[in-house]
Design a protein around this ligand. Structure first.
Ligand SMILES: NC(=O)c1ccc[n+]([C@@H]2O[C@H](COP(=O)([O-])OP(=O)(O)OC[C@H]3O[C@@H](n4cnc5c(N)ncnc54)[C@H](O)[C@@H]3O)[C@@H](O)[C@H]2O)c1
Length: 245
């Protein structure tokens, strides 16, 4: 098992890629701390526990610094350590620049950027004490190629790549790696929001001619969270069927 007895904290673990990652990590022997704003997280944790794994769920918004600090303490009290942080929670509020409201900008920055800062700055001291940690965050291939109607989202996903490189430099001496993943189009609730017509138009841009599934990204998170990637830090792993240019 590639994550035997490792404690992994996954934000946005109730749905989509976060849920697939929780299931994949559990198969590999990890103990799980799941955070989400959706109550569905408690069903996910209950199901994992019933299947013989160890998981706890807490309703946490990554936007709330105080809540995050309290929940990190709770996770550490429960499992004794936190080996892996998967900064996966994210939202979209798509609108072209000329129509985007300040609220839409703030909402996306709050979850996708400040949320990642809140979680990483709360967990990094625990990892430093352990002299061990794996931080993996969700960027997107739109950070590399841009995307129509996503000024707010692209700003956050580009920032993740930059912050990851900084954390690799700052935290490496404490045995902590920091990496991110840039998924392309993946079938989840987030992309279900896209009109069917727009979804069809994306296919010719993808050399493999199809969208990916949450498990494709979960496998990338798994690699970067495992000891197989112990000499990998500061990278952004694109998993998008070859679409990024
Ligand atoms: N689906 C894709 O095609 C795609 C592509 C590139 C990047 N990504 C990124 O991958 C990550 C997961 O995306 P997904 O497609 O699984 O999305 P999703 O909408 O299926 O799941 C996201 C989860 O995050 C949770 N969440 C939202 N706001 C939160 C908050 N404030 N605090 C805690 N949890 C919160 C949601 O409740 C949900 O369970 C996101 O960061 C997304 O930007 C997805």
């Amino acid at each position: 098992m590639r994550l035997k007895d490792k404690v992994a904290l996954i934000t946005g673990g109730a749905n989509g890629i976060g849920l697939a990652t929780a299931e994949r990590f559990a198969q590999e022997g990890a103990k799980l701390v799941l955070w989400d704003v959706s109550d569905k997280g408690s069903e996910v944790a209950a199901h994992l526990n019933k299947s013989g794994h160890e998981a706890i769920f807490r309703k946490v918004s990554v936007t709330d610094e105080q809540e995050v600090q309290t929940a990190v303490k709770e996770a550490r009290d429960h499992f004794g350590r936190i080996d892996i942080l998967i900064n996966n929670a994210g939202i979209t509020r798509d609108r072209t620049l000329l129509k985007m409201s300040k609220q839409e900008w703030d909402d996306v920055i709050g979850v996708n950027l400040t949320g990642v800062f809140n979680c990483t700055s709360a967990v990094a001291p625990v990892m430093k004490e352990q002299n061990y940690g794996r931080i993996v965050s969700a960027s997107s291939n739109v950070a590399i190629r841009g995307n129509y109607g996503q000024t707010n989202y692209v700003a956050t996903k580009s920032a993740i790549i930059g912050m990851t490189k900084v954390w690799a430099m700052e935290l490496g001496r404490f045995g902590i790696t920091a990496n991110c993943i840039a998924p392309g189009f993946i079938h989840t609730a987030m992309t279900d929001l896209m009109p069917e017509e727009v979804r069809k138009q994306t296919i010719p841009q993808i050399p493999l001619g199809k969208w990916g599934y949450p498990a494709d990204i979960a496998n990338g998170y798994l690699y970067l969270a495992s000891d197989e990637a112990s000499f990998v830090s500061g990278i952004c792993l694109t998993i998008d069927g070859g679409a990024a240019r």
